[in-house]
Design a binder for this molecule. Structure first.
Ligand SMILES: *Cc1c(COP(=O)(O)O)cnc(C)c1O
Length: 454
C-alpha cells in the first residue's frame, strides 16, 4: 500500500502510482473480508446484523457527494424539509400515533445512532423536570430500565449528570419473557418516591438486544404518566418490523411516549450506516434542552416563513453540523417501497421461524425464549437437572461453529445460562443459509457430545 512520507515532501501521487496503490488497498480489503466471520456475508448471524443495499449505497453517495448541511433551515431548506417529510413517512409506516409526527404536533429527526438520540431525550427530560424542581435537585432524579435494557440508556444517564446510584435496574424473569412488568416498576417507583426521590425517565424496549424481549409499552406508559416520567420507547432493531401489520401491536401504547427511538434504519432496513430515527411528542420541550442561538447562525430575510417546515435541526441533536441522511432514507423508501420492505422483513422472519422450529424438534436442544422477530435464542439442553457442564458444552459448540469459518454466531447469558443467539437479518441471508447454519450446528453438536461421551 506504499508508505506515507510524513514530511514536507508529501506530494500527490502521479496517476500511475495512484492507480497501483489504490489497487493494493482494494485487494487488501478483499482478502481481509473473504473470511466469512466478517461483515456482510450471508453466514453472519452475530449481534444484530447491519444492512446495506444498492439503494442505501446510492443514497449514501448522494448524501456524501452533495455535502449539503441542513443545520439551520436557511443553510439548506430542501434538505431540512426532506428530513421532516421522510421521518413522517417512516413514522406512518410503522404506525406511530399522530402526536409523534410533524403532522400531529410532534416531530422527528435523523441522527447517527441510538446512543446520541438517547442522550438528547434524557437531557430534555432532565431539563423539563429541573425547570420545576430547581437545578440543585438533580441528585433526586431517577432513571429506570430493566436488566435487559440496552446499556446505552445507562451511558446516557451518566452523560447527562444523573447520579450513578439513581440509575435503577429492574429485574425481569422468564415468567414475563424477560419483559419489564408494570408491577415491578410500580413497586420500585413507590418506594423511591416515599424516600424523596423523583422518577424522571423510563425506557421501554421493543426487541431487547440480548433476547429480543418486548416490554409492554402501554402498561409502562401508564405507570410513567402516573408520575410525570418521560417515557422513551427503544425499538432500535425491531421497530423495522412494525411496517408489517402483524408486528404493529408491539408498539401499542406509543401515544403515551414522550420520545420514540423507534428504529435504526441502519440495522434492519436496508439503509447503509448511519441512520437513526427519533420522534418526540413535544418538539418545544425537546429543543429547549438542545437549542443555541448565537448571532452567527441568525439569518436576515430567511427562515422567517413561520412554516413548521422551517426547522433548524441543529436544535434537535448534539452537534451543530450534520449529514444529509434524509436523501439516503428517501432513496431506500422509494426504491423498495412499503411492499418491498415488508417482503424483506418477512423473508428473515420466516427463516428465523423455521430455524426455531428445527431447534425445537431436535431433542438435544431447547429454545430458551420464544422468538418474536428475527432472533432465536437456544442451547444444548441439560441432560440431568442441575448439570453444570452444559454451559461449557454450549461454549464449545459455539466456538466450533465459529472457527469453521462458515457462520458467525454470538451468545448471551441470562439467569446465569449461556445461550446461543442466532439473528437472521443479513441483507443477503436467505432461507438456505439458515438451513446450512442449522446443519452446521447439528454436526458440531454431534462432535462435541461425542467428545464428551454424551
Ligand atoms: C442497537 C441497539 C441500540 C444501540 O444502537 P446504536 O445506534 O448503535 O447506538 C440500542 N438499543 C437497542 C434495542 C438496539 O438494538
Amino acid at each position: 500500500m506504499g508508505s506515507l512520507p510524513l514530511d514536507a515532501s508529501l506530494r500527490p501521487l502521479d496517476p500511475e502510482a495512484f492507480s497501483g496503490e489504490s489497487r493494493a488497498v482494494v485487494n487488501f480489503l478483499a482478502e481481509y473480508y473473504c473470511d466469512v466471520e466478517k461483515y456482510p456475508s450471508p453466514g453472519f448471524f452475530a449481534y444484530y446484523p447491519f444492512n446495506a443495499s444498492a439503494a442505501g449505497f446510492a443514497g449514501e453517495m448522494l448524501s456524501v457527494g452533495l455535502n449539503v448541511v441542513p443545520f439551520v433551515w436557511a443553510a439548506s431548506p430542501a434538505a431540512a424539509e426532506l428530513e421532516t417529510i421522510v421521518v413522517d413517512w417512516m413514522g406512518k409506516l410503522i404506525g406511530l400515533p399522530q402526536r409523534l409526527l410533524f403532522s400531529g404536533g410532534g416531530g422527528g429527526v435523523l441522527q447517527g445512532s441510538t446512543c446520541e438520540a438517547v442522550v438528547c431525550t434524557l437531557a430534555a427530560a432532565r431539563d423539563r423536570a429541573l425547570a420545576k424542581l430547581g437545578h440543585e435537585n438533580i441528585m433526586k432524579l431517577v432513571v429506570y430500565a430493566s436488566d435487559q435494557t440496552h446499556v446505552t440508556i445507562q451511558k446516557g444517564a451518566r452523560l447527562v449528570g444523573i447520579p450513578p446510584s439513581n440509575f435503577r435496574v429492574i429485574q425481569t424473569s422468564a415468567s414475563s419473557g424477560y419483559g419489564l412488568t408494570a408491577d415491578a416498576i410500580r413497586a420500585a417507583v413507590d418506594r423511591h418516591v416515599a424516600n424523596g426521590l423523583v422518577p424522571l425517565y423510563l425506557c421501554a424496549t421493543v426487541g431487547t438486544t440480548g433476547l429480543g424481549a418486548v416490554d409492554p409499552v402501554r402498561e409502562l406508559g401508564e405507570e410513567a404518566q402516573r408520575h410525570g416520567m418521560w417515557l422513551h420507547v427503544d425499538a432500535a432493531y425491531a421497530g423495522s418490523a412494525a411496517i408489517c401489520p402483524e408486528f404493529e401491536g408491539y408498539l401499542d401504547g406509543a401515544e403515551l411516549a414522550d420520545s420514540h427511538e423507534a428504529m435504526n434504519p441502519h440495522k434492519w432496513f436496508l439503509t447503509n450506516m448511519d441512520c437513526c430515527c427519533l420522534w418526540v411528542a413535544s418538539p418545544a420541550t425537546f429543543t429547549a434542552a438542545l437549542s443555541t442561538d448565537p448571532e452567527y447562525l441568525k439569518n436576515v430575510g430567511t427562515n422567517s416563513t413561520g412554516k413548521p417546515a422551517a426547522i433548524d435541526y441543529k436544535d434537535w441533536q448534539i452537534s451543530l453540523t450534520r449529514r444529509f441522511r434524509a436523501i439516503k432514507l428517501w432513496v431506500v423508501l422509494r426504491r423498495y417501497g412499503a411492499i418491498g420492505l415488508r417482503g424483506y422483513i418477512h423473508r428473515h422472519v420466516a427463516a428465523a421461524k423455521r430455524f426455531e422450529r428445527m431447534v425445537a424438534e431436535d431433542e438435544r436442544f431447547e429454545v430458551v425464549v420464544p422468538r418474536k422477530f428475527l432472533l432465536v435464542c437456544f442451547r444444548l439442553r441439560e441432560r440431568i437437572a442441575g448439570d453444570d457442564t452444559v454451559d461449557d458444552l454450549n461454549r464449545e459448540l459455539l466456538a466450533a461453529v465459529n472457527s469453521s469459518g462458515r457462520a458467525f454466531i454470538t451468545h448471551f447469558v441470562v439467569d446465569g445460562k449461556f445461550v446461543i443467539r442466532l439473528a437472521v437479518a443479513g441483507a443477503m441471508t436467505e432461507m438456505q443459509h439458515v438451513m446450512d447454519a442449522w446443519a452446521l450446528l447439528q454436526g458440531k453438536a454431534e462432535e462435541v457430545l461425542r467428545r464428551h461421551q454424551l
